[in-house]
Design a protein around this ligand. Structure first.
Ligand SMILES: Cc1cc2nc3c(=O)[nH]c(=O)nc-3n(C[C@H](O)[C@H](O)[C@H](O)COP(=O)(O)O)c2cc1C
Length: 166
């Protein structure tokens, strides 16, 4: 005889995401960025966190996704990190599915010309915008455009579009 549980099933996982922008404390050169991302990947992998980091003219935009407690702990460390400041929380929400399931931390260093070519970003240069002035909707749209590319780059392939991402 089947047993019917009266309590609703607990969610398999409390999956959430955070999107924030920040200003780098100094200009990061490629080797520094590489080191930052490789450490982040190692740590995120262990914590069940995935996401993507974008760097443009001394500003960061990062999407981190994973279980709520792991995100809290990472975001607390991020806030305390002197490597960046002026952290602006753009978005925190529950999600049912990860955008970067295959990537412990995708990365892209973009020029203004790169950004202007991204979906919905044509006015980015003309309006002299920075990553910190993006609305949450535009930030998410930007990350969505990298959804496939990040998995591609992580597989060790080189992107054909000339952008620096790995
Ligand atoms: C822009 C930026 C993004 C970062 N992203 C991550 C990340 O995704 N995961 C991570 O573990 N650390 C990340 N870090 C590093 C953390 O802020 C922190 O320095 C690191 O986790 C070590 O923390 P601890 O010294 O308290 O152990 C990032 C740092 C910066 C400046």
């Amino acid at each position: 005889m089947a047993t019917i549980s009266k309590s609703p099933a607990a969610p398999a996982c409390d999956l959430q995401r955070i999107v924030y922008a920040s200003a780098a404390s100094q200009a990061y050169a490629a080797p520094q960025l590489e080191q930052l991302v490789s450490k982040a990947r190692e740590r995120n992998g262990r914590a069940g966190i995935s996401g993507m980091l974008i760097y443009h003219e001394q500003f960061f935009l990062q999407l981190i996704e994973g279980p709520g407690p792991a995100l809290n702990s990472l975001f607390a460390r991020l806030r305390a990190d002197a490597g960046h400041h002026r952290i602006v929380l753009l978005l925190r929400e529950r999600i049912v599915q990860r955008t970067f399931a295959d990537s412990a931390m995708g990365f892209a260093q973009l020029t203004s010309a790169d950004l202007a070519q991204m979906p919905g970003m044509a006015d980015f240069v003309a309006r002299r915008m920075t990553l910190q002035t993006l609305t949450p909707v535009r930030a998410v749209r930007l990350f969505n455009a990298f959804q496939d590319v990040a998995g591609f780059a992580l597989a060790g392939a080189h992107a054909a579009d000339g952008m620096t991402h790995w």
